[in-house]
Design a protein around this ligand. Sequence first.
Ligand code: ADP
Ligand code: ADP
Ligand code: ZN
Length: 214
Amino acid sequence: MKIIMLGAPGAGKGTQAKMIAAKYGIPHISTGDIFRANIKNGTELGAKAKEYMDKGLLVPDELVVDLVIDRFKEPDCQKGYVLDGFPRTIPQAEALDKALSAIGEKVDYAINVEVPDENIVNRMGGRRACVGCGATYHIKYSPTKVEGKCDTCGADLIIRDDDKPETVKNRLNVYHEQTQPLIEYYTQKGIIAEVDGTVDMNDVFDAIVKILGE
Ligand code: ADP
Ligand code: ADP
Ligand code: ZN
């Protein structure tokens, strides 16, 4: 099963992708996580990506596409995967289709998690990320047992550099301009599925399971 998560920054793509990965036994591939790991490890790719990420801009397509397509070659991708944060532009979607059709495969579902812009700034303000394992929390909607410490690994939680309100506004503009057209792209392919992302995260997941099947 090959699944793409679509939605604005903060819509809950990552939260839902992790739940999908656990239930269906497929890897969660997040390009944002891959870039953040590269930044943390001080790689050249990380340094290049950070310039764009800190401004709320997209990393250029040529730095993203090969990275993702190479990732599919890993053995854990045999049964499929859930892509979170990729594709984010029409050229990325076209590159993905081309790479898949070359091996006789295709994307099965593009799930659009719908959350209006008004809710987004609130969500991002409360998002916290674990420096150790990358788990995501929310101070109000998904709090940790001990304030500021990850439930899973005990490491400290931080606010992502790009979750500051000014950067969030840029990211929303970039989303509307460059990523939202993908909804139409996948609608035309007949694989779009819409879910309401404003409800409780477990209810969002129930709606997704209805689409993907038990
Ligand atoms: P969010 O979870 O808020 O949607 P991500 O973690 O997916 O954010 O991405 C963080 C940043 O990483 C983006 O704002 C962008 O700069 C960069 N990025 C991630 N995925 C892509 C991609 N597919 N194309 C270009 N840039 C990307
Ligand atoms: P994305 O990957 O789309 O950027 P995340 O999954 O990181 O979004 O979610 C953004 C923030 O909102 C996180 O702090 C997360 O805990 C919280 N969140 C996710 N889904 C919901 C929901 N349905 N209701 C309330 N908060 C949510
Ligand atoms: Zn952790």
